[in-house]
Design a protein around this ligand. Sequence first.
Ligand SMILES: Cc1cc2nc3c(=O)[nH]c(=O)nc-3n(C[C@H](O)[C@H](O)[C@H](O)COP(=O)(O)OP(=O)(O)OC[C@H]3O[C@@H](n4cnc5c(N)ncnc54)[C@H](O)[C@@H]3O)c2cc1C
Length: 425
Amino acid sequence: MTQAPRKAHVVVVGAGFAGASLVRNLPSTLRRRGQTLLVDRQEEYPFIPLIHEVAVGRLHPESTLSPIAPLCRGRCDFLKAEAQDLDPVSKTLYTSAGPISYEYLVMAAGSRASRPPEALEEHFRLFWTLEDALRLRSDLNTAWRTTTGPSRGTGQPGDLTVAVVGGGATGVELAAEIAVLFQYLKKRTAGKPREAPRIVLLEASDRLMGWLDPYFHEVAMEELSRLGVEVRLNSTVEDAGESGIRAGGEWFPACTRVWAAGIDLPPLIRSLPGDHDPSGRVRVDAHLSLPDHPEVYVLGDAGLYEDPRHGQLPPTASVAVQQGPWAARDLDRRLRGASSEDRPPFDFFDRGYVVSLGPESAVAEAVGAKFRGPAAQALYRSIFLYYLKDRRHRFLTGADWAMERTIGRLGFGTPEPGAASVEKS
Ligand SMILES: Cc1cc2nc3c(=O)[nH]c(=O)nc-3n(C[C@H](O)[C@H](O)[C@H](O)COP(=O)(O)OP(=O)(O)OC[C@H]3O[C@@H](n4cnc5c(N)ncnc54)[C@H](O)[C@@H]3O)c2cc1C
């Protein structure tokens, strides 16, 4: 028996930065019962920009998780389901919980990690989800414990070498955090590791974070070198195995290998009608909608928007959180009968960007000023505390940051039995 479709005037897919900020700003007409339905495949949203801090034990994974249902209270209905396909002609979204008909659809389903070439895939960990961060935390913990414990590792070179592929903001932030983690562990462990920890950051182009102002590259190069990270520019991965990587013509041992080299869009977005870039992002018009289906908005990482002043907008949370509220206002205008001429186009306000370089430093450009060091790190933390919308998460994240120095890092507290250690219990 075919299931009768559910109905909602507006269906929003994805409760991430774009979807949640839209729901928070829904106009009153869309807050009535049955008007708006939020669909997400998870019940809790992990705050992705902070997962590198989970990987190195500075944040508890729970501190990054926000339940989605409370966001909807008094605003919309919530359905936990996976959106699987779309028929824009009959205005039907197919989900794991059955079909849903809509008048307006907002696709805000985010992106996923780009993968290494197929032949190399099994030799790399991806870094995109909270689960990826926890797996990496476990790898780093095992590598440290075994190279400082009685078994002293596999005995092969590279036990304590971490190779991070991708010199975008994610790779840079992760490499800096791992370098600081190893410094922290060195101070707190009595037994010396069998080999010196090594972090290698590989970037195929000649610049880190190429889409940002060159100042970000310059500061990151200095800070990473100060932290002991080896940055290899113009270095493409050619081969990899269980014991290491060949990049830029040179093989080096590395037992922990992380692929953090860009984004990719899932089939649901790739199958949307219209132009797509190589990563699968779909081109949207001035109203953030599909040109041939103006009732379908595509926000956040999934949509490719060419801004008249700033060019192609990058897939970042700072873009997504402006698009959500804008789409809520645009829906309001349409429901009040505005024609497309009466609807102003999306107008992006560039508030700048900040990239963390370990717990003590960062590099930032905000409202025209460029700066670095502890002031930039303070800005970074305050932005994320602001983005973490509920009080519980703000408190938990703030408390994790404050307590790191006193109670130690999470997930790095248990030395291998028999290992000499000065860890606090
Ligand atoms: C490690 C890392 C660090 C980052 N750091 C920063 C940073 O410092 N600053 C910054 O501005 N940006 C950062 N970003 C980028 C930022 O996280 C993304 O740009 C942002 O999350 C995109 O928002 P979104 O709303 O499009 O998607 P998301 O926030 O990813 O939300 C998508 C939602 O859709 C749901 N979903 C996905 N597919 C389906 C489906 N088929 N059915 C139902 N639900 C679905 C997901 O469960 C999720 O809740 C970082 C990204 C990563 C991976």
